[in-house]
Design a protein around this ligand. Sequence first.
Ligand code: 26W
Length: 829
Amino acid sequence: MLRSKTQVIAEFKKKISNMFGIPFEEASVANRYAALAAVVRDEINEDWVETNARYTRKDERQVYYFSLEFLTGRFLENNLLCLGVRDICEEALGELGVDLNALLETEPDAGLGNGGLGRLAACFLDSMAALGYAGHGNGIRYKYGLFTQKIVDGYQVELPDNWLREANAWEIRKPDKSVEVLLGGRCYPVPEKDGSLKFIYEDALRVRAVPYDIPIVGYRNSTVNNLRLWSAEAASDEDDLDFKSFSRGDYVNAVYDRYAIEAISEVLYPDDSNYNNRELRLKQQYFFVSAGLQSIVRHHMRKKEFKIAELDKHICIHINDTHPSLAVPELMRILMDSCGLGWDNAWRVTTGIIAYTNHTIMPEALEKWPIDSFRALLPRIYMIVEEINRRFCAEMLRRFPSDPGRVARMAIIGDGVVRMANLAIVGSFSVNGVAAVHTELLKTHVLRDFYELYPEKFNNKTNGITHRRWLLKSNPALSELLCDTIGSAWIREPQRLAEFERFKNDASVLTRLTEIKRANKQRLAKIILEKNGISIDPNSIFDVQVKRIHAYKRQILNLLHVLHLYFRLQNGDDIGTPRTFIMAGKAAPSYYYAKNVIKLASEITRLLAAAPSCKGKLSLIFLENYGIALAEHIFPAAEVSEQISTASKEASGTSNMKFMMNGAVTIGTGDGANIEIRNQVGDENFISFGLSVDEVLEYYAHGNYSSWQVLNSDPRLERILAFIRSGLGCEHIPADEFINIARSLLDYNDEFFVLRDFSSYVQTQEKLEKMYRSTKLWSKMSLMNIAGSGIFSSDNTITQYANDIWHITPTCEKERPSTSVRPAKIGKT
Ligand code: 26W
């Protein structure tokens, strides 16, 4: 146990010498980071083993969260906080002249996810462990995470994210727990003596799936859950170079097969919400689903008196969007082919185990795999999907004999493709959306047929974020203020942040809040100065939009407004309080529109920086390489949270919650979880604008929107668009540089109503600026947002998943003794 500074110092020095064979004085920053991480891991390991033993002893129902993405970010500081040893380590290292913060910054920012969906999975793991639920992650150990973004001359350039270059301090490779996954080849049944069928596989590619386990540490509760990530390797040493082809002299093909196998866990696909027909992605999906299920079933079969027909009492598999929906046929395969269950029993068990979350209503995100490639890659799985489909369609025809159109729409196989969402819904017992309005839209529009068939399966689980990372860890000053005012109970019970409302008229608390925000702004300004070489004014309003670049998220609306302010300044108008607009986000490498938005933002940055009229009044910064580490610096410094998606398009959004928890005020549309945020804080603490969901749906239904009409009736828009089309009047920008943007807004009739919402947005921004002028009013709004943010902790979300879907209870027994934790300095936890 790391109970005293002396102990920390001793352990730390011992590790350096054990790991690197050098004295502490000679160790590099990287050596020191690795040593500290190893000390912390020793501390975790005991609890890890004990947690597993506890789950087995109590025979708890285990939840496995299957996700193609886990956007975890760095672990070290989070683990220090969860163990309650952060301060003691900081002090101990301080005595050695080592700066803890410098060590923390050397850890790679684990980016095995694209955005919202991947980060949600990471927040959920954190909350499951903190609440003492037996919940684990299952995913892929990508060698390369989401690409590193560089901005060169205003253009996004993608570089590989080689996050495993140095050893990963948190993972443990478990080769003895490897399983085999078969791809391709042929598969056919042969009858056995007892009349059952045995499936023979010929010429399949045998992939060895090797698990790497990462501990997920609960907040001071001695619980350590498991994140299991799979790596693809050639099946065995002999297969390392496929022996058969090798001895036939087919050396090149033998080597090629090996690369084909390793390619499976090589890289995360960088597409967010856009389905592409890529066979490798289907391989990835089957690979981690099959490996995960095989190892889970194997683990539970080892239990005494275990009956496979009761597997649904022991486990729950939650699938994060449709990416892991092959879990349905794969679990059927294991139950029938390996465990000997008949179809009906296997189906009852499977559909009692799998639960599905939908994360998007964008039609282009729906996964559909062409039958031919699906069958060629997964011959046995395809047979099972065909049979699921045959039975489902037969049942549907019985129920709706006069409605064959309905049956055709709902079929799992149709139009030459396998429809993964249909498979996920039919094969699961629960289907949930991620915010109230999103779930309603699923029920009434996107998944209406299925809702009519299975109303009992549908439920809402509004997303959440872990307040430990997004408040306690990233905003220590605000955490301290909270502890001073309402005590530290909010750390374990985030709903108690509501008690902060008591201070909404307390002048000294409001002043402290303003000071904290200012200090955080200065901290971010310093980072921006170091990274971008641009100095920004901490007296200006920090207005922030950070998220993936996507047409429906409407970064372009933000940019149109910035250009509107630019013209006003050029005109000699007074725009009030100076503004700094901060943007960041990655564009999918093949998404040209999104890349065009980044280029436009970069050129506007340059334009404003060069314009004397904007000096000290208006600037725009596009921060490179948005990811978890950068986000942790941005949210605490933000004053305005831009949540401006077209109503009905953003399933939930989660950055909206991170901003609010850090005291930013939202300017937002009535979309996704924004609606719930507004309900929570009240209209006076949320700045709304734009079309409502119903209005947007009306337009789509009637097809009566004309972006030209809006343009022609608003001279401000005419001027701004002409300016964009002229390449911002700059000689160095070709006239057609922003053609993608201009086309989408005009030639393609502005699918996301950017022009339609422009006027409302500008007006609302003016209102916002006036509110900001009263520091007291603004500070009070900020306080009300913090006080209202407790229900958006993922602890709350996970409690609902546990109660309503998974039917599990916390298993936590003892509280972990703490030596010190940051807020304990001020109050007792
Ligand atoms: C097949 C390609 C693909 C890749 C990723 C399709 C869809 C996705 C994700 C579902 C995209 C995503 O991250 N969706 C976001 O999920 C968040 C967590 O629920 C929500 O808060 C966001 O609103 C939603 O866009």
